[in-house]
Design a protein around this ligand. Structure first.
Ligand SMILES: NC(=O)C1=CN([C@@H]2O[C@H](COP(=O)(O)OP(=O)(O)OC[C@H]3O[C@@H](n4cnc5c(N)ncnc54)[C@H](OP(=O)(O)O)[C@@H]3O)[C@@H](O)[C@H]2O)[C@@H](O)CC1
Ligand SMILES: [K+]
Length: 513
């Protein structure tokens, strides 16, 4: 699913209004009707106190329309207008009048007003700021937001949590609504998925307000959300008349004394994701354990016992995954540097491979184009330098990837794959996957997909998705804490099956026999 910037959403809004020959207030009515139906289908007339906090722009306007509809259906409501500016939008004003016409009289909250009482049992509708936020709220509005957050009442945010910037602008973390649920219009917003800003969104859902589909389809975006519909078309079916050579020979290079497990996990994952053949290249100390732990994987060793001091692969590998558990001994660094010079095919670089690149930036010139780098945030910082916000991080990562023509996989709760100026935001995975070896498994999976002929960027996007899905399936039986990297590998097969599982409703609808 595409992720639009605020500017693009306003354009889609405009295009819809023009094409359908409707007024903007009609679009607001449509949006708020969706909000109302969402609430009404859950509350079914339950007598709770709904307190709506509305700004003076169109986000506030949505709140006004919602209030009118709730009132019409006999819900107990109280409306507050957060009067932060004299520049009220037309559609806000129109719907304020309509609300008054239905005999609902909002309280106006100004700088001097007392904070309204909120019980933890109330339901809060947050319609203070939407995608129009372009600076941090004033202190008195911020205090009100803090007051709402402190109330612990269920808070439903309209479009975005108020105070959260949709695009880069000055904002203040304590002046953002902590939304229990966000009902966002038409398309998801990038900030829901970034570590700094995603924490304000507990759960989110998209409401289809019928924005111009043609416009959405033709608009190029900087970010895309990757779910099942995006991943399914990437899948390359196995062919009947194929053999193990058809699916490539991957080589996993890494390991050092005490860290052979990293290679074991990566090679095992590489095989489990479908690489035809996998050879591991490790220091001598890894030979026995690897041969025993994963008999399907072939093993080559260097001449040293405890670390890699030279890399020699006596055949043409389809793809190489390198760096996990490798250490940064001087000899290892020079072996890695020489190996990069020899390689021409895109490879996957992780962990110490990335740390070596950060310490020896000249080596970046030898990294084959279209290679995939898989840094976690600290490794990324070493590569691209310090950032002051997630927006800046993404811009820097994009510039870095473009400069060297690489694919950069920024690992996190929502891993983002960066390539060619665009970011692909993953939707699978869970906190249980923040565990030792999880990254080694991912590197092995991406390498294994490349071995089978998937392009670098597709391998990264698909690998990240499958890895998260395998982790989700893993925790479903044992919970977050107990999830180990090896269980992610065990679930790779199930993740493939899950990808093709028909939703239950469709299955039930199938005629018998
Ligand atoms: N597009 C769509 O498809 C649809 C959109 N809809 C809804 O419209 C919402 C966007 O509405 P919006 O553009 O009126 O902006 P909104 O967020 O209400 O802010 C209002 C104004 O506040 C100002 N301002 C900014 N920061 C400030 C600050 N810190 N402190 C004080 N003032 C501040 C700023 O004006 P400024 O002062 O900069 O001139 C801004 O214009 C969207 O989220 C959705 O809910 C639906 O109705 C229908 C379909
Ligand atoms: K809001």
């Amino acid at each position: 699913m595409k992720i639009f910037s605020a500017h693009q959403i306003y354009q889609a809004d405009k295009s819809t209004i023009q094409k359908e020959q409707i007024k903007s207030e009609e679009l607001m009515e449509r949006a708020a009707t969706q909000l109302f139906e969402w609430m009404h289908s859950r509350l079914r007339g339950t007598q709770v106190n709904v307190k709506l906090f509305c700004g003076i722009g169109n986000n506030g306007g949505d709140g006004m329309v919602l209030a009118r509809k709730l009132h019409k259906h006999d819900y107990s409501i109280k409306v507050y207008v957060v009067n932060y500016s004299e520049k009220r939008s037309e559609d806000f004003l129109l719907n304020l009048e309509r609300l008054k016409d239905s005999k609902v009289w909002p309280d106006f909250i100004n700088e001097e007003s007392d904070l309204p009482e909120i019980s933890p049992n109330d339901i809060i509708v947050d319609a203070i700021f939407g995608i129009g936020l372009n600076r941090a709220p004033d202190d008195w509005v911020g205090n009100l937001i803090e007051h709402i957050n402190d109330s612990r009442a269920f808070t439903l945010s309209v479009d975005v949590p108020s105070g959260l910037p949709v695009d880069s602008c000055h904002w203040k973390p304590s002046y953002v609504i902590r939304a229990s649920y966000v009902l966002s219009f038409q398309l998801p917003k990038l900030v829901f998925f970034l570590p700094e800003t995603g924490v304000y969104v507990n759960q989110w859902e998209i409401l289809d307000i019928g924005l111009d589909q043609e416009f959405i389809a033709k608009t190029e975006t900087d970010y895309e959300l990757i779910g099942r519909p995006e991943v399914l078309p990437l899948y390359r079916p196995r062919l009947k008349f194929s053999h193990k050579g058809t699916y490539g020979h991957a080589v996993i290079i890494g390991g050092s004394y005490g860290k052979i497990g990293a290679v074991q996990l990566a090679s095992n994952a590489c095989l489990s994701v479908g690489s035809g053949l996998v050879t591991a290249f490790v220091p001598k100390c890894g030979y026995d354990s690897l041969q025993t732990a994963v008999p399907e994987v072939m093993v080559l060793t260097g001449s040293r016992e405890r670390s890699i001091s030279e890399i020699a692969i006596p055949f043409k590998a389809s793809v190489v995954g390198i760096g996990m558990g490798m250490g940064m001994e001087d000899d290892t660094v020079s072996a890695f540097g020489s190996f990069l010079k020899e390689c021409t095919k895109p490879m996957v670089i992780d962990a110490d491979g990335l740390n070596i690149l950060s310490q020896n930036p000249q080596m970046l010139n030898d990294v084959p184009e279209l290679s995939v780098l898989t840094p976690h945030p600290k490794e990324l910082e070493r590569l691209i330098g310090y950032w002051t916000s997630d927006f800046e991080k993404l811009e820097k990562a994009k510039a870095f990837a473009a400069k060297h023509n690489l694919v950069v996989v920024i690992k996190g709760a929502h891993t983002i794959t960066i390539y060619n100026g665009k970011g692909y935001v993953n939707t699978t995975g869970n906190p249980g996957m923040a565990t030792a070896g999880s990254g080694d498994v991912l590197t092995g999976m991406i390498t294994g997909l490349m071995a089978q002929g998937y392009s670098s960027v597709k391998s990264a996007i698909f690998g990240v998705y499958l890895h998260g899905l395998a982790g989700d399936l893993g925790v479903s039986s044992i919970g977050y804490e107990a999830l180990k990297a090896s269980l992610i590998i065990e679930n790779i097969g199930n993740a493939y099956s899950e990808l093709f599982r028909q939703p239950e409703i469709e299955q039930k609808e199938k005629p018998n026999g």
